[in-house]
Design a protein around this ligand. Structure first.
Ligand SMILES: [Zn+2]
Length: 260
């Protein structure tokens, strides 16, 4: 009886991606609150009569009953809870939703759980369907999801000398992984200058909740500067992550151990 119970488990999850498999099946990448990122197989999901169809749509938040399989776990039942509304009405909005789920998928590692990231993604996707302007919401998500996976940026003090940053253009040290004052920037060959207004906005994004962060109006210049800064920081984090994963893999290959 225990074995039977262990074989089946239930998760609440957001669909990060999916691909067709075989004649009618679908492999779905889920980001679940309980088990983190998992790939599962939804058998017959592409049949017109499939009941699991809507639950495995992109960006859907659904409740899944899964059975442990030899390679992939199998969806035994799926129930759609909600999905952002009005996504298909705007290509830009659809692109923003894709960006958020893609970023989440890249930042989280299989086998680890991230309830805070899950809640953040759920909240952000829900707001995306109704927000007046998506861009502040997307930036807010980026700043906060990086914090939730352990890459918080301190926009108040210099990562080099630890002094409080002055009201002047300061720098994001992409190699250092933190903000740098003008004096410390020379120690980082990949320092990116950030204007005073963009720093103010980044501070606000990291301090405020989704509602007040989304309602702040900023100039197009600051918006595009912050977009560039966050894109550069995200790439540097992902690159570092991929490097450390490669190192981990090499260690495993050398030692034949998976306990690292
Ligand atoms: Zn400094």
């Amino acid at each position: 009886m225990t074995a039977e119970r262990d074989r089946n488990y239930r998760v609440e999850a957001i669909v990060l991606g999916r691909r067709d498999f075989g004649e009618t099946d679908r492999i779905v990448t889920l980001f679940s609150r309980e088990s983190g990122k998992i790939s599962v197989i939804a058998k017959g999901a592409r049949k017109p009569t499939a009941r699991s169809g809507p639950a495995t749509e992109y960006f859907a938040r659904s409740r899944f009953m899964l059975a442990r399989g030899r390679d992939l776990d199998v969806v035994t039942s799926a129930e759609l809870l909600d999905r952002p509304t009005n996504l298909e009405s705007s290509l830009a909005r659809l692109a923003h939703a894709s960006h958020m789920v893609e970023l989440t998928g890249k930042l989280v590692q299989e086998g680890e759980v991230y309830p805070a990231v899950y809640d953040l993604l759920h909240l952000s996707l829900r707001h995306l369907g109704v927000a007046e302007d998506d861009l502040p919401l997307v930036r807010w998500f980026e700043v906060n999801v990086l914090t939730a996976v352990g890459y918080q940026l301190d926009f108040w003090s210099c990562a080099g000398c630890q002094r409080e940053l002055g009201a002047e253009p300061n720098f994001l040290g992409l190699r250092t992984g933190g903000m740098l004052c003008p004096g410390c920037r020379t120690g980082d060959g990949q320092a990116m200058q950030i204007s005073v207004n963009a720093q103010k906005y980044l501070r606000l994004l990291s301090r405020e909740g989704i509602r007040s962060a989304s309602s702040v109006r900023i100039s197009p210049a600051v918006a595009s500067e912050v977009e560039r800064v966050m894109a550069a920081y995200t790439s540097s984090v992902l690159e570092r992550d991929l490097t450390s994963l490669r190192v981990l893999r090499e260690i495993r290959e050398q030692t034949g151990s998976y306990s690292v």
